[in-house]
Design a protein around this ligand. Structure first.
Ligand code: URA
Length: 216
């Protein structure tokens, strides 16, 4: 794998995504419309991996899960469990800070219909691989949804059959653990595939694991 670092704000490696971003930029000149960088300190022990920027959220604001429905429950939980200074995330200059937490996406550019194709997930995977490689000891990675989960397993060079996605499933990857959750999308929360109680339990588990490893 070519070492491209953890992020390239000028990346145009996926022709379909670059063309789409150019098109969206012409329709929404005020939107960010570039690869969205990870948010939070590099040394954080809690890494959250989402799918890809949302059209009117991260793609508008330039920060993961910021400004759209998917971020509402996420930042509420981050605040409740002490990972965020505030319970909502509106814009890059809202003063919100993360504590011991970092948020990124499996695919850094907005995909049409929120659906990156396999080749795009694979092309972007090098950034995730480098991000995972640099995680501190005893980190916890939260995979939001099956695509993020599989991107993580791929980035680690592991076999998908050995690590199946399931809500609240915990996978020991040696250097860190991966916890799965259904994605906090509008669709999943509206249909109650993911309830607040279910997401709360996921965050309680993360908090407990990180606190325990700090005491050991
Ligand atoms: N916004 C993001 O940054 N990622 C998602 O997966 C959804 C919305």
């Amino acid at each position: 794998m070519i070492d491209k670092g953890i992020f390239d704000k000028d990346c145009r490696a996926c022709p379909r995504l670059s063309t789409f971003l150019d098109d969206v930029q012409s329709r929404y000149p005020d939107y960010y419309c570039r690869p969205v960088p990870p948010f939070g300190a590099r040394k954080a022990r809690f890494l959250i991996v989402g799918l890809a920027p949302g059209m009117h959220g991260a793609n508008r604001s330039g920060r993961p899960f910021t400004g759209d429905h998917a971020g509402i429950l996420l930042y509420q939980m981050l605040h409740k469990y002490g990972f965020a200074s505030c319970d909502h995330s509106e814009s890059v200059d809202d003063g919100l800070t993360l504590r011991d937490c970092r948020i990124t996406n499996a695919v850094k550019c907005l995909p049409p219909d929120n659906k990156p194709v396999g080749a795009e997930i694979n092309t972007c995977n090098v950034y995730l691989a480098n991000e995972l490689d640099a995680l501190p000891k005893n980190s916890v990675v939260l995979a939001l949804g099956g695509i993020a989960h599989r991107a993580i397993i791929k980035a680690l060079g592991e076999r998908q059959v050995d690590y199946k996605f399931g809500h609240a499933a915990l996978h020991d990857l040696g250097q860190f653990r991966v916890l799965d959750s259904y994605h906090c999308s509008r669709y999943n929360t509206n249909t109650r595939r993911l309830t607040e109680a279910m997401f709360d339990e996921v965050f309680a588990t993360v908090r407990e694991m990180l606190d325990k490893s700090q005491r050991e």
